[in-house]
Structures are given as structure tokens and as C-alpha cells.
Ligand binder design. Structure first.
Ligand SMILES: NC(=O)c1ccc[n+]([C@@H]2O[C@H](COP(=O)([O-])OP(=O)(O)OC[C@H]3O[C@@H](n4cnc5c(N)ncnc54)[C@H](OP(=O)(O)O)[C@@H]3O)[C@@H](O)[C@H]2O)c1
Length: 269
């Protein structure tokens, strides 16, 4: 069976990679490509826009029509756009793969509720390597425990609008869970001036925004006399797009539920 994939945010940096990802993945076909209603690209061929040749799918702004003719919609846009899309998915019982980052707690709750009716994969980072890194971070945190000071350093391109990255926050959550801490109360975002000594129970975040960096994350576990660093570097956005394709194929086995890439890659204990 060929899986019909719609791409939301088709004109974006990730949207174009996702169209390429669909075109190069066996068993997937592009059913719709959505851009915003004011976009000057409406009506163009999605394949030509993404540089993979004509696919016979015109860029549209019609969510309803797009989900009605698709098995799965892959969304890499903005939180408010994802929230606008969800009711259409519920109405058409269309599965959803969400790569968008920057959701508020309230928006996350609404996504969780939608997961009671349709199958959703929500992952701030779809790269297989990053998700393997999450597993390694869980192990490192459990082994090194409270003896290590933990700092998360991330770098992304100048166009990224949220900080720290969704991936850095997810890394922090995984570590906090492993150590029995609450990230909300133990995180420190940047430091300046007379900060006083470091509180050993905190998890620090540092953000770099520069040039065209696709996405670098390093987590440092610094203890007395030694330091463990786990680093992931993405060199092309295609890593996220191919992860989203893997999530899409996997999601077809489910009718409802909220999942993440740990589920897709069978990395849960
Ligand atoms: N999970 C992951 O692995 C992963 C990896 C990379 C990025 N991301 C996340 O994915 C999101 C997109 O990143 P990006 O770098 O591709 O950003 P981007 O280039 O700004 O793309 C966002 C796209 O959404 C479009 N959009 C805005 N309003 C819309 C609407 N109402 N309907 C349909 N499309 C609409 C924008 O259209 P215009 O061009 O017309 O403004 C733009 O093309 C961000 O949240 C980013 O953090 C996640």
C-alpha cells in the first residue's frame, strides 16, 4: 500500500526537504503540499519547488482538502499553525507527524488530547542520531548521577526563532527525569554578571545563533577529575526529513495515541 503524505509548511526550509524525503522514499507518495493563504507560491508544483522535478501536486492553502486526501500530514511550521491544523486532522481522522517546536504547555495538552482520537508522532527532533543521543543521555545521567554538573549547549542558524531549541529542552527533560528532578525548577537559562557559585542540582542551558548551522547539541557531564560530553551534529536538514518519513511509515500501524521518536525507533525500555 502506498502511504499518502501531505506536507504542511511546504515552502519552508524543512518543507522542501520533506517533499524531497517523500519523493525518495519507497512506499510514500505526496498527496498535498500546503503553504499559507498569502503565499506567492500557491499553484506552483511542489516537486519543482523542492527541486525534485514535477510531482503533479500544486501548492495549496486548503487544510481541509489536503487532510481529506491524505493518510498522514507532516507538519514543520509554527505552533499556532499546527494548532489550526489539528481540528482538520480530527475531522478527517488523518494521522499527524509534528516536527514543529516551541509549543506552550497548554498547546502540548491539546496535542495530547488530540492523540486520544488520532495517531500522532510529536518530536522536537526527528533525527535518528539525536534520538539515540537521548537514550545515551538517560544512561549517562543515571550512571553519573548528582556527582556531575550538567550543561547543555546548542547552536543553530540565525533564522531560528525559539531558544533554547526544542531538542535541548528535550535533552534537559530526559536528564531531569533520570535524576528525579523537575526541569522547570532546576533549569538555568544563560548566565550574566555576579551569578554566585553553581548550584549542583541545576541543569544549565547555553544558546548560540549563528550563520547556517543546521543544529549542534552538546551535553556536558562535568565531575571531579573527568568530563563526559555527548555531542550530536546535524549536517543536513535531510536527516530530520528522513526521520519524519520513518515516523510516517511507522505511524500507519496505529489508529490513535501520542508517540515520539523513542517509540518509532523502539528505544523505550
Ligand atoms: N523536529 C525536527 O526534527 C525539526 C527539525 C528542523 C526544524 N524543526 C522545526 O520545524 C519548524 C519549521 O522550521 P523551518 O526551519 O522549516 O522554518 P521555516 O523555513 O520558517 O518554515 C516554516 C514554514 O511554515 C509556513 N507557514 C506559516 N504559516 C503557515 C500557514 N498558516 N499554513 C501553512 N504554512 C504556514 C511558512 O510559510 P512562509 O514561508 O510563507 O512564511 C514557512 O514556509 C520550526 O518549528 C523548527 O523549529 C523541527
Amino acid at each position: 500500500m502506498t502511504i499518502r503524505i501531505a506536507v504542511n509548511g511546504a515552502a519552508g526550509r524543512m518543507g522542501r526537504c520533506l517533499i524531497q524525503g517523500v519523493a525518495q522514499t519507497e512506499g510514500l507518495t505526496l498527496s498535498a503540499a500546503i503553504a499559507r493563504v498569502e503565499s506567492s507560491l500557491l499553484g506552483l508544483d511542489a516537486g519543482e519547488l523542492a527541486g525534485v522535478g514535477k510531482l503533479g501536486v500544486e501548492i495549496t492553502s486548503d487544510f481541509g482538502a489536503a487532510v481529506a486526501q491524505s493518510d498522514i500530514i507532516v507538519d514543520f511550521t509554527l505552533p499556532e499553525v499546527t494548532m489550526e491544523l489539528i481540528p482538520h486532522c480530527l475531522e478527517s481522522q488523518c494521522r499527524l507527524v509534528i516536527g514543529t517546536t516551541g509549543f506552550s504547555d497548554e498547546q502540548k495538552k491539546l496535542i495530547e488530547q488530540a492523540g486520544e482520537q488520532i495517531a500522532i508522532v510529536l518530536a522536537p527532533n526527528m533525527s535518528v542520531g539525536v534520538n539515540l543521543s537521548l537514550k545515551l543521555l538517560d544512561i549517562a545521567a543515571r550512571v553519573l548521577g548528582d556527582d556531575a554538573d550538567i550543561e547543555i549547549i546548542e547552536a543553530h542558524h540565525r533564522h531560528k526563532v525559539d531558544a533554547p531549541s526544542g531538542t535541548a529542552l528535550r535533552m534537559g527533560e530526559v536528564i531531569a527525569d533520570a535524576l528525579g528532578r523537575d526541569l522547570k525548577t532546576c533549569s538555568v537559562y544563560g548566565r550574566e554578571g555576579r551569578t554566585g557559585e553553581r548550584d549542583s542540582k541545576t541543569i544549565g542551558f547555553a544558546t548560540v545563533r549563528a550563520g547556517d548551522i543546521v543544529g549542534d547539541h552538546t551535553v556536558m557531564f562535568a565531575a571531579e577529575g573527568e568530563r563526559v560530553e555527548i555531542t550530536h551534529r546535524a549536517s543536513s536538514r535531510m536527516t530530520f526529513a528522513l526521520g519524519a518519513m520513518r515516523a510516517s511509515s511507522w505511524l500507519m500501524s496505529y489508529k490513535r495515541g501520542l508517540y515520539d521518536m523513542q517509540d518509532v525507533l523502539s528505544l523505550r525500555d
